[in-house]
Design a protein around this ligand. Structure first.
Ligand code: NAD
Length: 247
């Protein structure tokens, strides 16, 4: 299997896209650090599914916006597995509003959890990856980071920031055999998107070439592929996984 012997940290892996990524990577024979912030039982469910596939799982609670907690998670991963080969920055939140109504705390929270988090995690894994002369970092951005969206200024800024971070890290860490790429999901059915009205869903579906909303597994396959040695010569890229919205 194409991730055999690899160790991956997946942030926000208790549900949604992060859970699908953790399971896809375990299916390809990687051991997984299942990071979560909220519900321990949901994270334990992800871990149980990984162990059922014969892989090892370490469940670790850490707020990705908190530098010390992230360092603790990376230290625990190395203590448990001896290394970290793959980092997937998946954890994210939205606090949508029009700019005139957007509270400063909603701007700050979205930038902290979606962007500062990646600074924290990359900084913590960079040293062991540089030492090992191997690493795969995948940042989960969004098509909103590429094209913007009314009512999501904070989220768009954070996801666009992740793309700048991806390209800069690809240049900085490339000489050490560490690739850094981003994926930009379109509209994927998860807890994050379930509150949309039927009308909004219909409108969205009509704008997608494949005429359906995405599933978490649609994103997970791409992330696992980018983490593999099939992609040893791909870095600094942003790949949309959106069913064909903008081409
Ligand atoms: P979700 O809300 O279902 O899952 C988000 C995960 O992040 C949860 O496990 C949550 O516990 C975790 N999380 C939130 N704050 C955290 C924190 N401070 N520390 C650690 N973990 C934290 O959402 P999802 O749809 O699965 O989204 C996953 C990623 O994909 C996010 O970065 C999101 O922005 C991105 N994305 C989603 C869509 C979509 O349509 N669903 C589209 C584009 C991008």
């Amino acid at each position: 299997m194409f991730l055999n012997g690899r160790v991956a940290i997946v942030t926000g892996a208790s549900r949604g896209i992060g859970k699908a990524i953790a399971l896809a990577m375990a299916g390809a024979q990687a051991d997984i650090v299942v990071n979560y912030a909220g519900r321990a039982d949901a994270a334990e469910e992800t871990a149980a599914a990984i162990r059922n596939m014969g892989r090892r799982a370490l469940v670790y609670q850490a707020d990705v916006a908190d530098t010390a907690q992230v360092q603790g998670m990376v230290d625990a991963a190395i203590a448990e597995f001896g290394k970290v080969d793959i980092l997937v920055n998946n954890a994210g939140i939205t606090r949508d509003n029009l700019i005139l109504r957007m509270k400063e705390e909603d701007w700050d929270a979205v930038l902290q959890v979606n962007l500062k988090s990646a600074f924290n995690t990359i900084k913590a894994v960079a040293r062991p990856m540089v030492k090992a002369r191997y690493g795969r970092i995948i940042n989960v951005s969004s098509v909103v980071g590429l094209y913007g969206n009314a009512g999501q200024a904070n989220y768009a800024a954070a996801k666009a920031g992740l793309i700048g971070l991806t390209k800069s890290m690809a240049k900085e860490l490339g000489p050490r055999n560490i690739t850094v790429n981003a994926v930009a999901p379109g509209f994927i059915m998860t807890d994050m998107t379930e509150q949309l009205s039927a009308e909004a869903r219909e409108k969205m579906t009509a704008s997608i070439a494949l005429q359906r909303l995405g599933k978490p597994e649609d994103v997970a396959g791409l992330v696992a592929f980018l983490a593999s040695d099939f992609c040893s010569y791909i870095t600094g890229q942003v790949i949309a996984v959106d069913g064909g919205i903008v081409m």
